[in-house]
Ligand binder design. Structure first.
Ligand code: RTP
Length: 149
């Protein structure tokens, strides 16, 4: 059976602040495998689809404007329990509730600028990966994984 995958996205503030490398480093260091990576401007259409579950929330308009403010870096990471562990690496949605040692706990203070997104379930991950990477992602093998990490 294929390994679990998740969609991780560095939001415009993370790209602007030069934190892409730091975020990638945390997933790599943990032992996860990168299978897709892209820098791209978002569009209202993609964001409406990505955040379709939140369209009735009071902060929806603010969220979409923030996400349209600059390019994002979208990634697909693969590995054991990556959806749940990926969210733990990111920290809580509200950075002030995020433990030090998590990405949001270490690098931000505002829920409206919380640096990154991570899929919240295996089903959401599949939906988001198809949305942001319609041409698919790479499959590759790490033969010397224990020597690399
Ligand atoms: P994400 O989708 O970005 O990983 O966030 P999440 O699951 O941790 O949180 P969710 O409830 O899905 O919210 C999506 C994004 O909306 C922004 N937000 N603003 N009260 C507010 O102003 C507020 N609440 C949420 C955040 O950027 C959050 O990540």
């Amino acid at each position: 059976m294929a390994e679990e995958r998740t969609y991780i996205m560095v939001k415009p503030d993370g790209v602007e602040r030069g934190l892409v490398g730091e975020i990638i480093k945390r997933f790599e260091s943990k032992g996860y495998k990168l299978v897709a990576l892209q820098l791209l401007p978002t569009s209202r259409e993609l964001l409406n689809e990505h955040y379709c579950d939140l369209k009735d929330k009071s902060f929806f308009g603010k969220l979409i404007n923030y996400m349209l403010s600059g390019p994002v870096v979208g990634m697909v990471w693969e590995g054991k329990d990556i959806v749940k562990t990926g969210r733990r690496l990111l920290g809580e949605t509200d950075p002030l509730k995020s433990a030090p040692g998590t990405i949001r706990g270490d690098y931000c203070i505002d829920v409206g600028k919380n640096l990154c997104h991570g899929s919240d379930s295996v089903e959401s991950a599949q939906r988001e990966i198809s949305l942001w990477f319609p041409n698919g992602v790479l499959s590759w093998e790490r033969h010397n994984v224990h020597k690399l990490i």
